[in-house]
Design a protein. Structure first.
Length: 67
């Protein structure tokens, strides 16, 4: 089973940009990785630009198209 989550950031215009994350969405999983490795706004923007993800790593990898 997966603990799903949404990673989101409010944009300057008030809209929300978000990505779905399939695994480890609890605070000790995705929450800790975000707090420890995604404090730079440009890195967060890059992460969200990739769209939905299976899991969150410490670094942003290559986007894989599963279609």
């Amino acid at each position: 089973m997966a603990t799903r989550s949404i990673i989101a950031k409010e944009q300057p215009n008030g809209q929300i940009k978000a990505s779905y994350c399939h695994y480890d969405g609890y605070p000790e999983g995705v929450g800790i990785k975000l707090a420890n490795h995604y404090t730079n706004e440009s890195k967060i923007d890059e992460l969200l630009s990739h769209g939905d993800i299976s899991c969150l790593g410490e670094n942003i990898g290559e986007k894989i198209d599963f279609n």
